[in-house]
Design a protein around this ligand. Structure first.
Ligand code: G1P
Ligand code: ZN
Length: 548
């Protein structure tokens, strides 16, 4: 097979965001688009990591969404033409994000390419994405993603070869030019790792005793993983996993595990014959949703509850060295850390910022308000891990989700929390809003909005305690009297216009107020947030598009 060098003109905007390069499928399908990005990746890696790619092993797979197969075939040819030694491919092109992280680590790969737009809609009119994970199994740090982006701006040709598509539906070894291609089981390494993290015997007992779980894979990638782990390894009854076959268009579902998109799950948990626990994951399996009878656990609370109960999980037998959360995530976690006497780090939004802390052993558990939690068992957030953790807590306490939550609040107080998203805003207007807000921060302390006094205001900047790298302008943070907080930032994962995220948090120590509806508790904060940033005037929107 002869290697061809194909000239190309650089594409605008191939800059990886919060989690890789994400665009509409139509953008990705442009002639040479994937090639330009992946060729740039291959050329940037040696420069950014000091390690060549020749003869090395990379992992590839994705969440099964539309264009997954085609992208994999294209990338395999590029990899062969660029001198990679071996490509490991998840069978059927399938790999969840956490499983990819586990496999990269278990098999000592140079890194991995994960094809996913996470919880964004799929299908021909939907989104596609590509992200690179390094040899530690975690998302490439900014040093790498920026080097790739710089390459994409000057890339003038790519290397490929002509070859028919490789069959990827059965495990085994083939070759492409001089490069080995191994199709591997996408589940085995990952499930084996989770068996080491949790006490599977105890969880088997739980199901043997009649415990009922409903796990909704939303026709996305976690179906095969969930069936293997819950139904096969743990003996949960068949049918525990619903929507368990990955489909290119997610069967019309939107695999974003929140009350709006996982409505059927929430309804199933509200019925008279509701299961004990409901759970869901997103497109690529790194997010989670935890649903009890008649209630949805907020991700920030879930993170704090996991930290408080780490002692129930064999992996954490020696305790937690520290914990971390992204800046907008509620500070419920901080309260648990304070009681445990361990550090709690505050990082910018995006899993990549946890990588150094996890690698250095400074944190063992971390998470984000956006339904992502994980630990040092791998270097991504992990949806099924969170579900197994909740099962472990329920196996030990035999209590209902609502009781676990209530007990947690009574002990630590409740951090009422909500995120208001203003989606599809005009990019320029959104930038004006954030620039004005940023410019006015220093004048806010001392002023009051809706009766709430501003104590301090800052533009969040993070100095990585491990490598000293600085990441600035990560969100405007307004601290109000009484420990309330408003945070504003623009999304880095959207593909249409701009999304303004406004995060509201109010701490309530009084148990008599813990069952008040979050919406009413947070109403004054929401009003203050609108006033401070002049949201209505600057965006033309009187209310958020989504409240999470
Ligand atoms: C969103 C979430 C963030 C998460 C990311 C990838 O990013 O807010 O916590 O890490 O998706 O799943 P954003 O769109 O806010 O930049
Ligand atoms: Zn995801």
């Amino acid at each position: 097979m002869t290697i061809r060098t194909v000239p190309l003109t650089p594409f605008e905007g191939q800059r990886p965001g919060t989690s890789g390069l994400r665009q509409k499928v139509a953008v990705f399908r442009q002639e040479g688009y994937i090639e330009a990005f992946v060729q740039s990746l291959f050329e940037a890696l040696p420069e950014a990591t000091g390690e060549g790619i020749a003869g090395k092993t990379l992992l590839i797979g994705g969440d099964g969404r539309f264009f997954n197969d085609e992208a994999i075939q294209t990338i395999l040819k590029l990899a062969a033409a660029n001198g990679l030694g071996r490509m490991l491919v998840g069978r059927g092109g399938i790999l969840s994000t956490p499983a990819a992280s586990a496999i990269i680590r278990a098999r000592g790969c140079l890194g991995g390419i994960i094809l996913s737009a996470s919880h964004n809609p799929g299908g021909p009119g939907g989104d596609f994405g590509i992200k690179y994970n390094t040899g530690n199994g975690g998302p490439a740090p900014e040093r790498v993603t920026e080097a790739v982006y710089r390459r994409t701006r000057s890339i003038a040709r790519y290397r490929t070869l002509d070859a028919p598509p490789l069959p990827l539906d059965r495990e085994g070894d083939t070759a492409l030019a001089g490069m080995a291609v191994s199709v591997i089981d996408p589940v085995a390494d990952y499930a084996a790792l989770l068996e080491r993290v949790f006490d599977f015997d105890r969880l088997r007992d739980l199901f043997r005793g009649g415990f009922r779980l409903r796990f909704d894979a939303m026709n996305a990638v976690t179906g095969p993983y969930a069936r293997d782990i819950f139904e096969r390894r743990l003996g949960a009854p068949a049918g525990t996993v619903v929507n368990g076959t990955p489909k290119p268009d997610f069967g019309g579902l939107h695999p974003d595990p929140n009350p709006a998109h996982a409505r059927a799950l929430v309804a199933a948990l509200a019925g008279s014959d509701a299961p004990d626990l409901g759970a869901a994951s997103d497109g690529d399996g790194d997010r989670n949703m935890i649903v009890g009878r008649g209630l949805v656990v907020s991700p920030s609370d879930s993170l704090a509850i996991l930290a408080a109960n780490a002692g129930l999980v064999p992996w954490f037998r020696r305790g937690l060295a520290g914990v971390a959360r992204s800046m907008p995530t509620s500070r419920a976690l901080d309260r648990v850390a304070a009681e445990l006497g361990i550090p709690c780090f505050e990082t910018p939004t995006g899993w990549k910022y946890f990588g150094n802390l996890l690698d250095a052993g400074r944190v063992a558990l971390c998470g984000e308000e956006s339904a992502g939690t994980g630990s040092d068992h791998l270097r991504e957030k992990d949806g099924l891990w969170a579900v197994l953790f909740w099962l472990s807590i329920m196996a030990a306490s035999r209590a209902a989700v609502a009781d676990i939550l209530g007990a947690h609040w009574r002990r630590y107080g409740r951090n009422f929390y909500a995120r208001h998203d203003y989606e599809g805003l005009d990019r320029e207007r959104a930038t004006v809003l954030v620039d004005r807000l940023r410019g006015g921060l220093s004048a806010l302390p001392g002023k009051s909005f809706e009766g709430l006094a501003v104590e301090s205001a800052d533009d969040f900047a993070y100095t990585d305690p491990v490598d000293g790298s600085v990441t600035a302008a990560q969100g405007c943070c307004i601290h109000l009297a009484g420990g309330s907080r408003i945070v504003y930032r623009l999304s880095g994962t959207g593909t249409e216009g701009a999304t303004l995220r406004v995060y509201l948090e109010h701490y309530e120590p009084d148990p008599a107020r813990h069952l008040l509806p979050a919406e009413s508790v947070l109403a004054p904060l929401a009003a203050a947030a609108g006033e401070i940033a002049e949201i209505a005037a600057l965006t033309g929107r009187s209310r958020p598009s989504v409240i999470a």
